[in-house]
Design a protein around this ligand. Structure first.
Ligand code: ATP
Length: 138
């Protein structure tokens, strides 16, 4: 699913997305269409808010599959990191107008993660880039 999603986004937006998977036997139970939508939202944001390469990876802990989407773009302040999962929240109005969007993507992403009893985390540094990490129970 991740490999397919990264190929589609790379092709559609003419971007480089590297995909890394440390183990082969990672199985989770979930709604395939919703999980696809979740990955699309994060990859689409990564390509919108960064110009450099995007990295997608899958690994696992003892309890969870961990999907990571990493970009080296503009990043988010601590304050924005707390608000981006809120409905209709978009960071800078002028910037937001340029990229377009509704501010709903991450709200939907979080709802999908919640429906799978997982969690989503953001880790970002202004000017350096952003990593979204999703934990889904194995
Ligand atoms: P859409 O609903 O069409 O996806 P959107 O991208 O504005 O529009 P969200 O996906 O909810 O909405 O993102 C909310 C805001 O978080 C964005 O407007 C953007 O400012 C910020 N954001 C999201 N992803 C990133 C990222 N990878 N790097 C920097 N900022 C980001």
């Amino acid at each position: 699913l991740l490999k397919q999603a990264s190929k589609s986004i790379a092709l559609a937006f003419d971007r480089t997305i590297t995909f890394e998977m440390t183990e082969q036997d990672i199985t989770i139970v979930g709604d395939e269409e919703k999980l696809k939508q979740l990955v699309y939202i994060l990859l689409d944001n990564a390509q919108k808010y960064s110009e450099k390469a995007i990295r997608l990876s899958l690994k696992k802990t003892e309890t969870d599959a961990v999907i990571e989407v990493k970009d080296y773009g503009e990043g988010l302040s601590k304050q924005d990191q707390q608000a981006i999962f809120d409905r209709f929240y978009r960071v800078d109005k002028a910037r937001a107008r340029e990229t377009g969007g509704t501010g709903l993507g991450l709200t939907i992403a979080k709802a999908i993660v919640d429906q799978h009893e997982g969690r989503i985390e953001v880790d970002s540094t202004l000017g350096e880039g952003t990593t979204f990490r999703i934990f889904l129970p194995l």
